[in-house]
Ligand binder design. Structure first.
Ligand code: N01
Length: 517
């Protein structure tokens, strides 16, 4: 590749979900205007653009599931539906003045660290053809829940009816009067089932493991509340802080003393009793592990839907799928017209890792087969200079808002860029020692949590049973630990002549709120 074929850019951001958009807005704020955002979808929104299934809504309150720098006084409900969240992200993007640097319908196909140029050569493919960027920093925000995972079930590829994943809902199919099967009973399925139960002739729900489901404390905001959020200084920040701390205390049960989840477990058991009368069905939906071990779900509608006459909960396991039916392990064959696969996403193998080749000539996926999926502060990885993850390994949450984690990581990346610029560093790369120490400490903390000891299998764990997805303690600690770029934990390479990125101005990188208060 000759230099003439390369498009030079200071920062290349992958993904236009909450993470990539936040990075773009904050870089712009810092005067770092030479960036490009590559997005494989046709617009901003990430998971909130893709997940359009009936009933899709956020199970984290919107007051906190939104940017601290773009509070929205107009949320209609405490837990907003997907169209409202997607509209919010679009509005924030449009008013940010950054959209001119977003390239949609274009995927990053490969990125290779070029030691000579001290840049990432990033190959992209999309509606305007193939391009290669030469980027000083690569900011990867591909989303932790963006690659749908299909179940390996005998015969499923031969099914002749309609079949689609929850994240790729086929809105052309009218489910009225149809026989529908849903495989899975996770966060997506429990939102889907109550909606399709109202229309379909039959719904067969295939449950492998019962989830814990708490009541949904739904609240529709009145005009007065919205006016107060908009006009009375501090009111919405106060509401946000109340949500933040209300969720944060749950860490005590999840990561400190699992017995503290008992009150929630009782609430969830009450939720079952309220929604279901049949003792056999109640038994089937009652989990046999500690609440919190898998993601705790919230719904007032799921149990009543399961109890409806046109719904069957099947717990005997799936033997195979035929052309027009699902055959359960007990031999029962249930004919269906539509199969909804709500079986989750690839979470512990970070699909983007296969496309990134670092300074030693191996891919990040190859590195991870040796080290397990791991990063320094969930953000940077040895052998991969100037690469920053937004929502990287061990930054996921089982109890609170990912937007809070995203803002923490973006602050860290901004400070890294500022440090590079100030000191004329061409490259920064975390040391192996710092990365091992960080991850050893994480796994030590993880050992006594409900995610390790709660008695369940979950998508938080990799094939070795190691939790590579979740942050194991309070989110304010993550914010504190990412508030400043700790250059002493990095190997730095000086630029041969002066700053390596064009001389844009730099500004303060501190977060608007250390914790919502
Ligand atoms: O996926 P999941 P999801 N045969 O992985 C079952 C976020 N989210 O799309 O538990 C039969 O949770 C599997 O069974 P088991 C949220 O972070 C957020 O529902 O593994 N069943 C499970 O029941 C969430 O955690 C919102 O035994 C099979 C289900 O499929 C994440 O997305 C809303 C199977 C998968 O559940 C993923 O949720 C929706 C098989 N072969 C989602 N394979 C918000 O509101 C898997 N299963 C923010």
């Amino acid at each position: 590749m000759t230099t003439a074929d390369l498009i030079p850019v200071d920062h290349l951001i992958v993904g236009a979900g909450f993470g990539g958009l936040c990075a773009a807005i904050k870089l712009e704020e810092d005067g770092e205007r030479d960036f490009v955002v590559i997005e494989k979808g046709s617009g901003v929104g990430g998971t909130w653009r893709d997940n359009t299934y009936p009933g899709a809504a956020c199970d984290v309150p919107s007051q906190l599931y939104s940017y601290s720098f773009a509070l929205n006084p107009d949320w209609s409900m405490s837990f907003s539906p997907q169209p409202e969240i997607e509209a919010y992200i679009k509005k924030v993007a449009e008013s940010s003045g950054t959209l001119d640097r977003f390239v949609f319908d274009t995927a990053m196909t490969a990125a290779t660290w070029d030691e000579t140029r001290q840049r990432w050569l990033v190959e992209t493919e999309g509606k305007t053809g193939k391009k290669t960027y030469a980027a000083t920093t690569l900011i990867a925000g591909p989303g932790a829940l963006s690659e749908p995972k299909l179940p390996e079930i005998e015969g499923i590829e031969g099914f002749q009816g309609e079949i689609f994943h929850s994240a790729q809902w086929n809105h052309d199919i009218d489910l009225a009067g149809k026989r529908v099967a849903v495989i899975g009973t996770g966060a997506s399925a429990i939102q889907i089932v109550p909606e399709i139960q109202k229309k379909a002739a039959r719904v067969d729900v295939y449950q492998r493991t019962a989830p814990w489901v708490l009541p949904r404390n739904e609240h529709r905001y009145s005009k007065l509340e919205k006016a107060a959020f908009r006009h009375v200084p501090g009111v919405q920040r106060l509401a946000r802080a109340a949500v933040y701390w209300g969720l944060e205390v749950r860490v005590l049960g999840l990561a400190v003393q699992p017995k503290l989840t008992l009150a929630h477990q009782l609430m969830a058991q009450n939720n079952i009793r309220r929604g279901i009368k049949d003792p056999e069905l109640r038994r089937k939906v009652t989990p046999d592990y500690t609440l919190g071990c898998k993601r705790t779900l919230i719904s007032n509608a799921y149990y009543p839907a399961l109890a409806a006459d046109n719904v069957d909960l099947i717990t005997d396991g799936i033997a195979r799928v035929s052309e027009n039916a699902i055959v359960a392990k007990d031999g029962a064959t249930r004919e269906i017209d539509v199969l909804v696969v709500a079986t989750g996403f690839y979470t512990t193998d970070l699909p983007i890792a296969h496309t990134l080749t670092g300074s030693k000539g191996r891919t990040m996926a190859e590195r991870f087969t040796e080290t397990g999926m791991s990063a320094y502060k969930g953000t940077t990885v040895p052998e991969f200079p100037n690469l920053f993850f937004i929502v990287g390994p061990n930054t996921g949450l089982g109890h609170s808002s990912m937007v809070y984690m995203i803002e923490s990581q973006v602050a860290y990346v901004r400070d890294a860029i500022r440090t590079m610029r100030t000191n004329a560093y061409a490259a920064v790369e975390p040391t192996e020692d710092a990365t091992s120490a960080w991850n050893d400490d994480l796994q030590r903390k993880m050992a006594n949590t409900v995610w390790s000891e709660g008695g369940c299998a979950s998508w938080y764990l990799d094939e070795h049973g190691r939790n590579t997805t979740l942050w194991p303690t309070f989110t304010f600690l993550f914010r504190h630990l990412t508030s400043k770029f700790d250059v002493d934990k990095y190997v730095v390479t000086a630029a041969p002549t002066g700053p390596t990125v064009s001389t844009s101005p730099t500004v303060s990188t501190t977060n608007e709120e250390s914790v919502p208060a």
